[in-house]
Design a binder for this molecule. Structure first.
Ligand SMILES: [Zn+2]
Length: 166
């Protein structure tokens, strides 16, 4: 039921929702990590323990996410090493977003658990650039926001900055 509210219209254009139900075996983020052929990955970068991708359903231009390669469903399961790696990577991502998009600000963080609105159990950190004069989050949730940039356009702009070789 949360999924209905958390993604802009057009979700079905990218993935078959039924394939990625609630069990770990069909976790979409694990599928991205495994580079499964029929999954659109939108990969930007990869470190020892994490992956950076463009969000499949960007709320805003430059919306990306970082997630661990391990299927972790609780933030508390991250090791000390992973915590440090994650926040270093977040900083790097934001420097690149600053350069490419020059946003006025950011919303960045996790939705942890279904009760908090997480639609995917595998933890993932959102980095959402915010711009002056854009529509508010309520407009996004109401589905009235127009997607001003597709995930592929975001990928094209950001990938050269990450210099990630697929
Ligand atoms: Zn997973």
């Amino acid at each position: 039921m949360f999924e209905k509210h958390l993604f802009p219209p057009g979700k079905r254009a990218y993935i078959d929702k039924k394939r990625f139900s609630k069990n770990n075996e069909s976790c979409i983020l694990c599928s991205i990590i495994k580079k499964e052929k029929d999954v659109i990955t939108l990969l930007l970068d990869e470190t020892k323990n994490f992956v950076v991708t463009v969000n499949l359903y960007p709320y805003n231009p430059g919306h990306i996410m970082i997630f661990p390669k391990r299927h972790i469903t609780k933030y508390q399961e991250l090791t000390e090493e992973e915590v440090v790696e994650l926040f270093r990577l977040q900083k790097r991502c934001m420097k690149i977003l600053d350069k490419v998009y020059s946003p006025g600000g950011y919303n960045t963080g996790f939705n942890l658990g279904r009760a908090a609105g997480a639609s995917i159990d595998h933890i993932h950190l959102h980095i959402v650039p915010r711009f002056k004069n854009e529509l508010g989050f309520v407009d996004i949730l109401a589905g009235s926001k127009i997607m001003v940039e597709t995930p592929y356009e975001i990928l094209e702009k950001l990938r050269p900055e990450f210099e990630y070789e697929k």
